[in-house]
Design a protein around this ligand. Structure first.
Ligand SMILES: NCCCC(=O)N[C@@H](CCCN)C(=O)O
Length: 419
């Protein structure tokens, strides 16, 4: 046991050192992505930058345009049977008009750095590990809009992975932040144009329908559970004041803490869409984001490694219980045990702001980004050196998934009965 502890400490020190030695090229990688923000499913340049990065590294097998045009896979390992397959994810899509305001360039850097660090260590363990290891990096586009991981899950991209890691920039270090189920919906109203002054009575005003829809959803909030969210915009409301709008379009996000409740909120919201106008079209997005299936074993390991590296995990109950967004990594956690911690990047700016875009491209973010990569790679080493630990991770995943599935069927039935 002491030998394993000593080996683990030695390997963790080596992983840190290897990531430090690669920091210049990792920073260049991140900055290249940050300086050319691309929207969901359109991340061609970022895809090419990451594919080139791994292609120039020795020993990686790189599959460009993997399952999705802007997704990729890079793998390293013997490819023998009875191996443990560790996955690291890279996100790299930006937001409209404000660029990398969620720091996805840093997510890509963390994934690449952790994979490089782990691979460098594994190359030199010379059979000291109890298992053979395969390292898989998946470039997963379109997290902010559409859910590239969900498309890739349905294409089998995550099959064979034993554990998966990524980390998300935030304004604090956290092993986990609430992550809720979410579904995008676009609501379209079609009317009939007419001169708004000469003969408005000949028109059918699609914008009126959109306004009524907006107001219906606003009053729906009174009957929503306090932890449900409905928020959206009017994307198209007409072209000129003197033309009765023949077309109007809204985009909304519907959110509930669990997958089971989402269908109830969707049904309520859809009644708001339809009651705003007789003839309406509403299209739910192809992909529905799941809430996160947590893994306490992995979170604890990450916390221990993060604290050893100087992370100051938030204990702010308001943040830990209330702040929440959604991520397609939630869907991944129902297929593979994994963690999606958050990391401070040297700024108190809030995600999805122009200030955060600046912070994500600032050199000051690099220390915190590389520290996070080290903590992830060390957490991977924890489970690789201790097969019993990996079994506990998988056992917890199986039990949590079973419990969620029961909730999904049970709550679905119960909630359906009520509505
Ligand atoms: N917890 C990470 C949040 C990342 C994020 O902002 N995701 C978007 C996803 C929107 C999908 N339609 C969000 O608004 O939560």
């Amino acid at each position: 046991m002491a030998d394993r502890a000593e080996l683990l400490l030695e390997l963790k020190q080596t992983v840190s050192q290897c990531i430090e030695e690669a920091k210049a090229k990792l920073h260049t990688l991140s900055k290249d992505i940050w300086s050319c923000p691309e929207l969901a499913y359109e991340e061609s340049r970022s895809h090419d930058t990451l594919v080139a990065f791994f292609s120039q590294e020795e020993g990686w097998k790189v599959d460009s345009h993997f399952k999705l045009h802007t997704a990729f896979r890079a793998t390293w390992g013997a490819g023998v049977s009875e191996q443990v397959n560790v996955g690291f994810l890279c996100e790299y899509d930006a937001l409209p008009e404000i660029g990398h305001a969620c720091g996805h360039n840093l997510i890509a850097e963390v994934g690449a750095a952790a994979a490089l660090g782990l691979k460098a260590v594994l190359e030199n363990t010379h059979g000291k590990l109890p298992v053979q290891v395969y390292v898989t990096v998946l470039g997963t586009p379109a997290e902010e809009d559409g859910g590239g991981k969900i498309d890739m899950l349905s294409e089998g991209a995550f099959e064979g992975l034993d554990v998966v890691f990524m980390a998300h920039p935030s304004k604090e270090d956290a092993m986990y932040l609430p992550c809720v189920a979410e579904h995008d919906v676009t609501i379209k109203y079609h009317g009939k144009a007419s001169h708004a002054s000469a003969y408005p009575w000949e028109g059918i005003n699609a914008l009126d329908a959109a306004v009524l829809c907006y107001n219906n959803l606003s009053v729906l909030r009174q009957q929503m559970k306090p932890d449900w969210r409905v928020h959206g915009i009017i994307k198209h409301g007409g072209v000129k004041p003197n033309i009765i709008p023949a077309y109007a379009e809204l985009e909304y996000y519907l959110r509930t803490p669990s997958r089971a409740e989402l269908h109830v909120l969707k049904a309520k919201a859809e009644m708001c869409f339809r009651s705003a106008a007789v003839a309406t079209g509403c299209e739910f997005a192809r992909n529905k984001y799941d809430n996160m299936l947590r893994n306490a074993v992995l979170e604890k390991l990450y916390e221990t490694n993060g604290k050893a590296l100087g992370m100051d995990f938030t204990t702010d109950e308001d943040v830990l219980k209330n702040e929440s967004g959604s991520t397609d990594f939630g869907n991944v956690t129902f297929a593979v045990p994994g963690i999606h911690p958050y990391f401070y990047i040297g700024s108190n700016a809030l995600n999805h702001t122009e200030e955060y875009t600046v912070a994500a491209g600032d050199d000051r973010a690099q220390f915190f980004t590389l520290r996070t990569a080290k903590a992830l790679a060390m957490t991977a080493l924890d489970v690789l050196l201790n097969p019993e630990l990996l079994q506990r991770v998988k056992q917890e995943f199986t039990e949590a998934k079973l419990k969620e599935d029961r909730t999904l069927t049970g709550e679905h039935t119960e909630l359906s009965d009520k509505h």
